[in-house]
Design a protein around this ligand. Structure first.
Ligand SMILES: CNc1ncnc2c1ncn2[C@@H]1O[C@H](/C=C/CNC(=O)c2cc(-c3ccc(F)cc3)cc(O)c2O)[C@@H](O)[C@H]1O
Ligand SMILES: [Mg+2]
Length: 214
């Protein structure tokens, strides 16, 4: 049977990147998406903004919603301090399998815990399963209509602390109107929009950074 796009992306990484070199894995995926097949990775332009926010926060506890092929997982994990791990949630087993291989190719498997399952089920389990009290940094890049219900779940489960930073992809395209309305109008968040473009295109998109105020 025909291979899938994530499988072809993995092949491109194995062919063009250097094992153990995260930068080369990132470049190989961006090259594949620009020259072979578009894919919904956060990409290089928004990825640089993601890098700068992660570097600024220098988080000890990190959560990503929506691993997909692991592109943003590699971008984040390569910047974490020694001993810091990130948890990434992915409910599609085929995508998770590709992501594990791309993360491992980058040599970052010891900095990543990929958990297979839906965020709605896993978020309430995180405290006891991983011994986390609160998250310093959360990257949202899963189904766009799940951003709002999932941050409400973070609040209910006590996973946010004063200063927790949430960074959301695609707030313009495909768009997350309910989420934006909430974080921009809630007294519990200080929100800021980082304009950019939809990965590998000239279409407007951007990231929304929201700091939980307690
Ligand atoms: C709901 N709870 C969940 N729990 C765990 N994993 C979940 C998940 N929802 C989705 N996922 C996974 O996240 C990933 C889904 C991401 C959804 N992203 C998008 O739809 C998206 C879509 C576009 C896009 C933009 C323009 C366009 F024309 C076509 C697509 C661009 C992006 O940057 C995107 O992130 C998949 O790997 C999916 O299996
Ligand atoms: Mg996205």
């Amino acid at each position: 049977t025909r291979s899938t796009r994530p499988q072809r992306m993995l092949k491109a990484v194995q062919k063009n990147a250097t094992k153990g070199n995260p930068e080369s894995v990132i470049s190989a995926i961006d090259y594949f998406c620009k020259n072979s097949e578009w894919a919904m990775n956060v990409g290089d332009e928004k990825g640089s903004i993601l890098d700068s926010v992660v570097t600024e926060v220098n988080p000890s506890t990190v959560l990503e919603l929506g691993t997909y092929c692991g592109y943003s997982t590699v971008r984040i994990a390569r910047l974490l301090s020694p001993g810091t791990k990130l948890i990434t949630l992915e409910f599609n087993p085929a995508y998770a399998a590709v992501a594990r291989q791309i993360i491992a190719y980058a040599g970052l498997q010891d900095k990543v815990t990929l958990v297979e399952g839906p965020s709605s089920e896993l978020i309430p389990q995180i405290k006891e399963r991983f011994g986390i009290t609160t998250f310093d940094f959360i990257f949202l890049d899963h189904w766009k209509d799940r951003y709002l219900p999932d941050i409400k779940l973070f609040e209910e489960c006590g996973l946010l602390r004063k200063g927790s930073v949430l960074l959301a992809d695609n707030v313009i395209c495909p768009g997350t109107p309910e989420y934006l309305e909430y974080v921009r109008n809630s007294p519990h968040y200080e929100s800021r929009y980082y304009p950019a473009h939809l990965e590998y295109t000239k279409v407007e998109d951007g990231l929304e950074k929201s700091v939980f105020l307690g």
